[in-house]
Ligand binder design. Sequence first.
Ligand SMILES: [Fe+2]
Length: 500
Amino acid sequence: MNAASTESARESRSRPSGWNGEMVHAAFQKVAESRQWTAGYRSMDVDRIACDAVRLSAPLPAGLRGTLFRNGPARHERGGERYGHRWDGDGMLQRFHFTDRGVSHVGQFIHTEKYNTETARARFLLSAFGTHIPGSDAAPDPIDAANVANISVLHFAGELLALWEPGSAYRIDPATLSTLGVKVWHPSLAGRPFSAHPRVEADGTLWNFGADPLNGELTIYCVARTGELIRSHVARLSQLPPIHDFATTGNHLVFLLSPLVVSKERLDGGASFAEACQWLPRQGMRALTIDKRDWSERFYDLPPGCLFHVANAWEDGNGTIRMHYMRADNPMSMIAGWSVMRGEYRHQEGARLTEVILDPACGRATQTTVGELESEFPSIEASEVGREYTRVLCLERTSGRALESPGYDQVAMVDVDSGRRQQFTYGEDWLVEEHIYADDPGSTRSRWILGMALDLRAKQSVINVFDANHLGDGPVAQARLDRPLPLGLHGNFRSSRADL
Ligand SMILES: [Fe+2]
């Protein structure tokens, strides 16, 4: 057996075979008190939570006023059953207002069609990403019947949008956080996937994609800063994997296509969408560039690899594209999403910051691992989307972190040109979530960095405020909730100056 088939076989063995929600629930409850890290995977069982004055360790910096929105799966359990995968749960928006009076917080579940139906019946009815609910279709038509709106959130053209991956964005009232309905960019695109990682370029133009692997369709959206759809396109590809993130450059959209194939046979056999993904490393990875001007496509070959997140990309005057992403050897981090729901974890190698150079003159792609530590959740300055950049903000897993502890314990700012870096280590007793630049309209460099982290000893979620020029000095202020929130995925900060 060669290395590729060994890897494929190991991946297959790691998947759950059949889901029993009561057994997952019981397994988690059994260890929830003894394993501190499980605090990040508890189910949120109330529709809305609020706190007018979150406890602050120090006054907020004078220039930091606005709203931090975050999203993530939070309803992991219903009717005594627990989902099988950590990305299954219904999305809960977290909103933190940063004002002269301090920080206030509201958490509100997004009232998707699925959330409303299952809440009314007090049980799971519809299959989710990693859990096949018997009697329901793993890929329903329309897909929005299963939309959980749980990956990210975007404030764009006066609308607040909760983002999922296989279906529509959901419109949310930013003042009340009430759910307004699915977003339709144009009647011809209704119900098509709109990914959770749109790229908003410096001129305000939004680019996004939606991948439909079962039909081999990659939908492209180009939206003006006013919210009007400028152009759209549907690329039809013979083998399209699930795609979570992409990048834009001056002239191109760039996609990395992993050798991950959604098996129709597995779906028909009762697998969830995630279980139906088949890892075929022998096929290698491909980079696809789509020209923004005429939608022309070009493919480049890369060694097999798996990714969720792209940091950024840019192209020089010769058309050479330079890109950074978080590359893993295999999709084990997706698979770990099942074990943590049972309260089990054993760490396996994760992703590392990796540079790809696409040279259109010779048609070749070259790849170099940049990161020394395992890393995820790359973030960049809003002003640098698709443009030349040097700094990538990301989470890291220190080499000493216990193999029984999931997640990340360090935030780092890496200069990808010089290799210089700053980092702040939270420590073993923390689960660190995405950190982002608190963009300030009109300036190219953000003054502040914001990031949530779960203090496992105190069982409290904490918003950490860093001076972007002195990340290594640690937080200049911390806003500490009196409870743990389920670990979120992505968010963004909207400065109060953006409304002026
Ligand atoms: Fe993501």
